[in-house]
Design a protein around this ligand. Sequence first.
Ligand SMILES: *[C@@H]1O[C@H](CO)[C@@H](O)[C@H](O)[C@H]1NC(C)=O
Ligand SMILES: *[C@@H]1O[C@H](CO)[C@@H](O)[C@H](O)[C@H]1NC(C)=O
Ligand SMILES: *[C@@H]1O[C@H](CO)[C@@H](O)[C@H](O)[C@H]1NC(C)=O
Length: 436
Amino acid sequence: MASSSIIKVVILSIFLLFSSTSYAQRSFRPSALVLPVSKDASTLQYVTKINQRTPSVSLNVVLDLGGRFLWVDCDKDYVSSTYRPVRCRSAQCSLAGNDGCGNCTGGPRPGCNTNTCFIFPENTVIHLSTGGEVAQDALTVPSTDGSNPGQSVTVPQLIFGCGSTFLLEGLARGAVGMAGLGRARIGLPSQFSAAFSFHKKFAICLSSGADGVVFFGDGPYNLLPNIEAAGFLRYTPLFINPVSTAGTFSQGEPSDEYFIGVKSIRVSDKAVSLNTTLLSIDRQGNGGTKISTVNPYTVLETSIFKAVTESFIREAAASNIRRVAGVAPFEVCFSSENVLSTRVGPSVPYIELVLQSQSLPWTITGSNSMVFVNDKVLCLGFVDGGFRPRTSIVIGGYQLEDLLLQFDLATSRLGFTSTLLGSRTTCGNFNFTSTA
Ligand SMILES: *[C@@H]1O[C@H](CO)[C@@H](O)[C@H](O)[C@H]1NC(C)=O
Ligand SMILES: *[C@@H]1O[C@H](CO)[C@@H](O)[C@H](O)[C@H]1NC(C)=O
Ligand SMILES: *[C@@H]1O[C@H](CO)[C@@H](O)[C@H](O)[C@H]1NC(C)=O
C-alpha cells in the first residue's frame, strides 16, 4: 500500500514537472483550435493570423504546410515580458533538433542571448535560411467546437525560431514570419496536440476569396450551410521522405513535408504514359509527390508536364476547346468560348491523380485546374518544373483550394475530399463569428 502510493506520487510529480515545464493550460481544455487563412492577392501566399507575446500582439504569418516550425522576425519590434530563449542542452533544445549552440553578442534581447540553442528558420518561398535562436513565448489561439471560434486558449511557452528581418523578403506584405505545419516535433500541429492532449491531426481548407480555415485537432469541421466536411474525407497514406527537403539540415534527418503516393495520372479516364521511376522517392530523397502551400500552382517535372499537358490538349480539342497562346507563368491556355461553366468549375477534361487504388483518385476538376487570366482566356494552372527537380510533383495551392485536407500525423494518413463546390459549400464558408 505504502509503496504503491509512493509510486503514484512519483508518477504524479513527473507528470506535473512535464506539464509545467512544457505547457500549463488549466481550467478549459479545447478539443480543437481554429485559425483563419487569407490569400494574399499579389504573392498568392496563404496568410494566417496568430496572437503571440505578452502583451499579446496579432501577427500575420505565411502558412507553410511542410515548414518545420513557427518562425518570426525577432530583430524588429519584438517586445514581450514572456519571451524566453531556449538554453543549450535543454529538453526544448533537443526537441527542436539541437542544431547547435551559440552566444550572441549585442544582446540580451529577443533573438540575441548567450548560451542558447540554435535552429535554421527557412523562408521556403525564396529558399533562404539563416541561423537563429530557439525561443519560447505565449501563443494564443481560438478554440473551436467545429462550427465557430470559441474561447481563446494560450500555450504559455510555445517553441519557435527567431528569424531576422532580411528573412522576410518575398513574403506577403505585412507578414513577419512563417507558420510551419510540418511533421517536426516543434511543428505547430505537434505542439498544439501536446499542449491540449488532442489528436495529432490538423486540417486545411484554403480559399481564394473569403477566409479559409485551418483546424488543429479532429473534426467536426462544419461549413455553412451546415455541412460537415470531414464526412467527405477519403484516405491515402502519407509517406516520409528519408532525406530532408529543408534548406539546412543535419545528416540523416528525414523531411518534415507531406508526401503522398501518386501511382499514375489520368486525363478524361485515360492513363497518361509517364516514367514511373519519377513517381517514387529514391534513396537520395529524389522524386515522389508532395503537397505545398508555398507553391501557388502545381509544379510537374518536365517529362510529366509534357505528357499531362499533351493529353489535356488532345482531350480538350475533342470537346472543341481551342488552344490559344500561353500567358506566363502558364504554357497551356484556351479560349473560353466553348467552355461551359459548371458547379465544379469550367467544363474541361478531369485530371486524376491515381493513388493506392484505381478507384480512389484525387480528381482535379475545372475549378482547380483552370485559371482565368481574363474573361476570354483560361489556362491550365500547372507549371513546368524542369529536368530532375528534387520532387517530381508538387501539388500547389490553387489545386488545394475548396478541398478539405486532413493530415493525421499519428497514423500517417491524409484525408482528402473532392472539391467542396460539388457539395454546395466552399472553404470560405466557415462561420468566423466568435461565440466566446
Ligand atoms: C558561450 O559563453 C559561455 C559563457 O561565457 C561559455 O561557457 C560557452 O562556451 C560559450 N559558448 C559558445 C558556443 O561559444
Ligand atoms: C526515368 O527517370 C529516371 C529518374 O530520373 C531516369 O534515371 C530514367 O532514365 C528515366 N527513364 C526513361 C525511360 O526516361
Ligand atoms: C454564425 O454563427 C453565429 C454564432 O453562433 C450565429 O449567430 C449565426 O447565425 C451564424 N451564421 C450563419 C449564417 O449561420
